[in-house]
Design a protein around this ligand. Structure first.
Ligand code: GLC
Ligand code: GLC
Length: 811
């Protein structure tokens, strides 16, 4: 069952009922200022850091009710309604929400009044703009009222929801004309405030939530709106809000348009005050002045659209498969930008008050983002590497505002260092910019011990070399990619952290997954060393990689698949020997991607086992059989009910690893089958089962053991976005950036047909035509570049060209 449809022409998903199974959201903002916006106008706004600079308040633990957002109320006689349905939930005569790329549009109709909202964050300014157009489509004159509404968050979103003894006494606002200024804590400690303004004279305002709603009322029945009159209260403490009242007198057929602006303003220390207690509004006024007319609004929106058209044109495919075209050309790339910006901090499942930027998460997000804005990827790599420790280990997370590592989590996740190599290698393969390797980068943000980035990569690699266990496999530490496989923790009581409690970084437990990563990213690091002329380092690294490959072959192979790990007693995890959790997906994907077993047939065996044991119609599960009881020696993974999350859920992130692995052994049919199962557009028709947004990936889909098999959770912020884009663009469609140039080596289903790709690479546009006359799954028989046939798969990079025309014919 569907709750809307794709509009590919406009790059929008059109939601046709407010009653979607879960709130279906969008992200507004490209760099610093962000809003989450649900299909019923719920959501919240922040500047740079969802925890520390939260502008509007959201109610936690309330996923489906989706309480709080940026609402507009219309009072038309006794009927009060919202164009986005929430929060009054007055039945609308018609409703539509269009989530587009960086903007959302809502159209609601009630009793012949049409209200259209368009909302977005313009490029370069910390402000969310909303254009509201009200049309009287009746045949009579109407006097109606429009009310805006936002509830301020008192900046630190964590403290805001806990510390009432203080917070209910600190709220402060100012109001001048049509602008409401939220200045809580501005006094000495803060140099920023928020504004909410509209480009017209208003008929009233409200800044006290209790005055607006009335005691004991929720936002669905605001007393002041029912009364039809705001009381111009200046809030003092309690719950400051911002609401404008506009009385509209509309003749039959007449329409009126307003532009609302919700902005963030920072003042230099010495320009904080106009006079004692009165904030300096110079910067706010300058910001608001830029968006005073509908033309200003329309121009800024057009700019945003042009910006996105430019970004999305960097990779464009035209194939016979509309789902592939739509996901690759629009939504998957869009989600890659969102995950790059948000990491795992702010979504409808990540509260924005917990995790900041994850070291491994952000490194992986780069894989799907680097082709969009390489300069931002470059900056991110330096930020991440700056939180590394001198021995090559890394803070697991850091806070975006300070860019400093989070010491409450600390380090000890032994896959982290290798992801830095993955991200850096992707950046250099994309851009050819080796200067980044010579940048001086601090350790733990201490510039006095800075070294080159290349040295950081060496220490990443050597961290694994120096931390091996009894089978010469890498020590797992607190966890590897699988945060919930906690082999050194032994957490026995609630309240103890699964990852940080107990010994945590013990000397025995090993990860075959990290071993696979070491082989894959070790080779990428060796290639960088070679590129930089350090052949001795290249040889040293490749020798270590060979040793690790041998260790995997010896003790990492279980007969029909790769072992997952060895626990703190050196017992196998993910082996036939186990009673539960006999096979895990991660080492099958990672080891094969690293090339282990490709020549001796083990790769094929492992992937056949995956298909036999882990496959479901909704995707490939992370492990089987599910753990039915808590295993102290395995940790959090066994704390989940069977079928959810890391305990046998379909963890979408590593489905593309299996798909990529299949391309490594040439099975395009199976690679694509795996791709399709979790691909949002392909499963749009089962939205009532899948439940999350049909235009983006979710972190997890419930596995076969779960009561709600097929139901997704944790949409938007997941490494699935970057990895599926990597999979489809680089492996299935086969346009892979190497250090020397683009390689063309598709691996598609036999019946996929011919396709064309436009790819911008290092400033050159490649028009690539791929023909598959004999319906093969893999293998390029001939490659012509601007009419000349070349040897091999790699188009040598030539910066003197603007456009390159390529024809690849498969065998
Ligand atoms: C979450 C984490 C990611 C981890 C994964 C598996 O998605 O953000 O870092 O790899 O779970 O545990
Ligand atoms: C929990 C989640 C896991 C996530 C981790 C982040 O363990 O189950 O998915 O990666 O928290 O710390």
């Amino acid at each position: 069952m569907k709750f809307g449809h794709f509009d590919d022409q406009n790059k929008e998903y059109v939601i046709t009922t407010p009653k979607t199974p879960l709130p279906w959201i969008n992200y507004l903002g490209c760099t610093d200022f962000f809003s989450l916006m649900s299909n019923t106008c719920g959501g919240y706004t922040f500047y740079k850091d969802a925890k520390l600079l939260r502008m509007t308040r959201y109610r936690y633990n309330d996923t489906t009710p989706d309480t709080n957002g940026k609402y507009f109320y219309i009072k038309d006689g006794d009927t009060i309604w919202n164009p986005g349905w929430q929060p009054t939930k007055t039945e609308l005569d018609s409703y539509e929400c269009r989530h587009g790329i960086g903007y959302s549009k809502f159209t609601g109709v009630k009793n012949d009044v049409k209200a259209e909202l368009i909302t977005f964050v313009p490029i370069g300014d910390p402000v969310e703009l909303t254009k509201v157009t009200i049309t009287n489509n009746s045949s009579a004159h109407k006097d109606i009222q429009l009310f805006s509404y936002v509830e301020w968050c008192l900046w630190n979103a964590d403290d805001d929801m806990k510390n009432y003894q203080r917070n209910l006494s600190i709220g402060e606002v100012e109001v001048i004309d049509s602008t409401i200024y939220h200045k809580t804590e501005y006094r000495e400690r803060r140099n920023h405030y928020a504004v909410y303004s509209v480009n017209t004279k208003i008929d009233g305002f409200e800044t006290s939530r209790d005055e607006f709603r009335g005691a004991y009322n929720g936002p669905d029945r605001p007393a002041a709106v029912i009364e039809g009159k705001l009381h111009n209260t200046i809030a003092s403490g309690w719950y400051p809000i911002a609401s404008h009242q506009i009385n509209l007198s509309l003749d039959a057929g007449e329409c009126k348009t307003f532009v609302f602006a919700l902005g963030y303003v920072e003042n230099p220390e010495d320009e904080k005050w106009e006079k004692p207690g009165i904030i300096n509004k110079k910067r706010a006024n300058a910001l608001l002045a830029k968006y005073q007319t509908t033309e200003d609004f329309d121009n800024a929106l057009a700019k945003l659209n042009t910006y996105w058209d430019g970004l999305l044109s960097k990779f464009h495919v035209e194939s016979n498969d509309e789902h592939v075209n739509r996901m690759v050309n629009i939504w998957n790339q869009y989600q890659c930008m969102v995950t790059f910006n948000m990491s795992r901090s702010a979504s409808y499942y990540e509260t924005g008050i917990g995790r900041g930027m994850g070291f491994r998460d952000s490194c992986q997000d780069l894989l799907g983002f680097v082709h969009l804005i390489p300069d931002r990827a470059r900056e991110r790599i330096i930020d991440i590497a700056s939180t590394q420790f001198q021995d090559g280990s890394a803070y697991h997370q850091y806070q975006p505002l300070t860019k400093k590592g989070n010491s409450d989590i600390g380090s000890g996740f032994n896959d982290d260092p290798l992801w830095l190599i993955a991200g850096t290698s992707a950046y250099i393969r994309e851009t050819g910019d080796t200067s980044i390797l010579k940048e001086m980068v601090p350790y733990d943000n201490d510039m006095s011990v800075a070294t080159t980035l290349m040295e950081h990569l060496k220490r990443s690699f050597d961290y694994i070399v120096n931390h091996k266990g009894p089978h010469d496999l890498p020590l797992i530490g607190r966890a590897d990619w699988n945060d919930c496989l906690n082999l050194n923790c032994f957490s026995e009581h609630p309240g103890e952290s699964f990852q940080c409690f107990g010994p945590s970084e013990g000397p025995v437990a090993e990860s075959v997954f990290i071993a696979g990563m070491f082989v894959k990213y070790g080779r990428e690091y060796a290639a960088l060393a070679k590129l930089m002329g350090d052949t001795a380092e290249e040889a040293r690294v490749l020798a270590e990689v060979d040793k690790m490959t041998a260790a995997i072959e010896k003790d990492g192979w279980d007969g029909d698949w790769f072992v997952r790990a060895y626990d703190a007693y050196s017992h196998k995890v993910g082996s036939k020997e186990c009673d539960e959790g006999q096979i895990y997906i991660e080492p099958q994907g990672m080891c094969v991607m690293a090339g282990v077993g490709v020549d001796d047939g083990n790769a094929k065996k492992a992937l056949d086992s995956v298909k036999e044991k882990l496959d479901t119609k909704y995707g490939v599960m992370i492990l089987q059989p599910a753990y039915t009881r808590y295993h102290l020696e395995l940790g959090e993974i066994t704390s989940y009910p069977p079928g959810y999350k890391e305990n046998a859920g379909i963890f979408c992130h590593n489905n593309p690893w299996i798909s990529i692995a299949e391309t490594c052994i040439g099975r395009g049919d199976r690679a694509f089958e795996v791709y399709k199962k979790t691909c949002p557009s392909y499963i749009e028709d089962i939205s009532e089962i899948h439940r999350t947004e049909p235009y983006v990936y979710s972190q997890m889909v419930a596995g076969a053991d779960a009561r709600f098999h097929g139901e997704a959770k944790n949409s938007w912020l997941t490494g699935t976005a970057a990895w599926t884009f990597t999979n489809i663009s680089q492996y299935i469609l086969g346009i892979y950036p190497t250090l020397e140039g683009l390689s063309v080596n598709p691996c598609t289903p036999a019946a996929f047909g011919d396709f064309n790709i436009t790819r911008e690479y290092r400033g050159v546009i490649y028009n690539i035509e791929i023909k598959n006359p004999n319906k093969v799954q893999k293998g390029v028989a001939s490659l012509t570049v601007d009419g000349n046939e070349i040897e091999g798969n790699v188009i040598p990079f030539d910066s003197s060209k603007k456009t390159v025309n390529v024809v690849a014919t498969m065998k």
